[in-house]
Design a protein around this ligand. Structure first.
Ligand code: FAD
Length: 465
């Protein structure tokens, strides 16, 4: 194969080489850098299929890329054809009555947010990279984010999928159905497959009613012991309207303040634990402002926080009074990637059962101190779904670095946890796959990979050890 074949398939302007490839030569973390053979930018599904046919015939590696915000090195593409979906960015339709959106893979997440909102609906997936990550990347990584507690992760939000296979055939799974038991669930297999089984080109996504009012608070506590009690009380009072329940420990908040001296911190005294809590009311009875101007959803929040302040299980609490205050609360949480990587860091992304988070944090801290007294855990967590980003600031390199990551993951696994909650495997978590994943499951994955991609051209070296 020559690059000429790709130019013939897509046109010269959409096959980039040399300096034109610069934006695609490293990942967001900067931990991975590479030089692709070329970057191709097809305009549609047929263009993707043409690229794959050419690459398949030549046995050439192809690495799909969306917004390149992945945190596991999944887009590393040394010597490979990088297949960018960025030109496939149409929202084909939004059908408000059916509560669905039909989108192409290159649509930026925040663009879909805006389009859904214009119809009084919401695509309920939010996280710090939403202004640049794409739906293709979200689907390929089965992304999570801050609203999993209420709406589930990506798999829970998808009805249909279109995938181009390694040899260029198109697999049409663009169902709009909520019930469809026609054989094996290939849609859910493709979601989270990180580009090793096929290239996702389009999807049918579920939309939900947009909350008509939010109640958002920052809560300070001495420790996490009563955090689940608070969550469960809020769920009971609001019949399950907690949208987000996020944890930022003192070290995180202090680092955020160092990086953002302009930001106003919520509490006068530093708190060991800061929780960001958001409730979302979709029913008018919970959202319409009362005589005091406050919607009932805010009263529910204040009621529970007031009770717990009186019981002295909370140290402090601030409820956002304006949309700009709410945004400021979220800015602190959405700076997570910046805060955790502001020094040389190992990014860990574990999940444990909700009632094991406290245990996990204690065990990981003790283990880390015994391995590297100069290292520090820098934690932020989607506490409501048990996903703890226990990253480690350390100067350790090579084997010492691997040993630290392994130790943190072991502590999660010892409590029934997972070594990869929402960022996927990519390259970074492949050693953990080899170490910890059930060997029979790994054999099954290798068989599935061989069935979909017998020549091994799709995102080689990722996910499956
Ligand atoms: P990319 O980085 O381009 O690709 C990610 C993987 O998917 C790669 O393996 C790639 O080959 C594959 N891929 C991309 N597009 C396709 C396609 N069309 N078909 C097949 N394979 C494809 N993630 C979370 O889950 N929750 C968070 O809260 C979260 N917060 C983040 C905050 C920040 C600031 C940053 C930088 C990242 C965060 N992430 C989070 C990680 C990242 O944003 C997500 O993994 C996101 O889904 C990646 O989308 P992307 O378009 O950038 O994908």
């Amino acid at each position: 194969m020559s690059i000429e074949d790709l130019r013939n398939a897509l046109g010269d302007a959409h096959v980039l080489t040399g300096d034109d490839m610069a934006p695609w030569c490293r990942d967001w973390t900067g931990n991975y850098r590479w030089t692709p053979l070329c970057v191709v930018r097809p305009a549609d599904r047929d263009g993707v299929a043409a690229v794959l046919r050419v690459a398949h015939q030549a046995g050439l590696a192809v690495v799909p890329v969306g917004g390149n915000t992945g945190l596991s090195g999944g887009t590393e593409a040394q010597g490979a054809v990088m297949l960018s979906l960025d030109r496939m960015n149409a929202i084909r339709e939004i059908r408000p009555e059916a509560r669905l959106a039909v989108v192409e893979a290159g649509v930026i997440l925040s663009t879909l947010h805006d389009a859904a909102e214009a119809q009084d609906l919401s695509f309920p997936m939010t996280f710090g990279a939403q202004g640049s990550c794409t739906l293709g990347g979200i689907l390929a990584t089965n992304a999570g984010g801050s609203n999993v507690l209420r709406y589930g992760n990506t798999r829970d939000l998808v009805l249909g999928l279109e995938v181009v296979l390694a040899d260029g055939r198109v697999m049409d799974l663009m169902s709009e159905l909520h019930k469809d038991n026609t054989g094996l669930n290939l849609r859910n297999l493709m979601i989270g497959s990180e580009g090793v089984l096929g290239v996702i080109t389009a999807a049918v996504l579920k939309l939900v009613p947009k909350p008509k009012a939010y109640a958002t608070a920052l809560v300070g506590m001495a420790d996490l012991d009563d955090a689940l009690g608070l969550l469960n009380r809020l769920q009971a009072v609001t019949a399950g309207q907690v949208e987000a329940f996020e944890f930022m420990p003192r070290r995180y908040v202090e680092e955020y303040a160092r990086l953002h001296p302009e930001a106003r911190l919520p509490f006068e005294a530093p708190q060991e634990v800061t929780l960001l809590i958001e409730l979302g009311a979709t029913a008018p009875r919970d959202a319409a402002p009362g005589p005091d101007g406050q919607p009932p959803i805010a009263a529910y929040l204040e009621e529970v926080l007031g009770e717990m302040l009186e019981e002295e299980t909370l140290a402090d609490a601030v409820v956002a009074q304006t949309e700009s205050q709410r945004r400021a609360f979220w800015a602190m949480r959405e700076a997570a990637a910046e805060v955790c990587t502001s020094r040389p860091a190992i990014i860990c992304d574990v999940a444990v059962p909700l009632d094991k988070v406290v245990d996990f944090l204690g065990r990981a801290d003790v283990r880390l101190a015994s391995m590297d007294p100069d290292a520090a855990g820098i934690v932020v967590a989607h506490l409501g779904d048990g996903n703890v980003h226990y990253s480690v600031w350390t100067e350790a390199t090579g084997e010492a670095r691997n040993a630290i990551m392994e130790a943190v993951e072991e502590e999660a696994l010892a409590l029934g946890g997972s070594f990869s909650a929402e960022h996927g495997i990519g390259i970074a978590k492949r050693p953990a796959m080899a170490r910890f994943k059930d060997p029979v499951a790994l054999e099954a994955m290798r068989g599935i990979k061989a069935a979909f991609d017998p020549k091994g051209i799709l995102n080689p070296g990722k996910v499956i050890p």
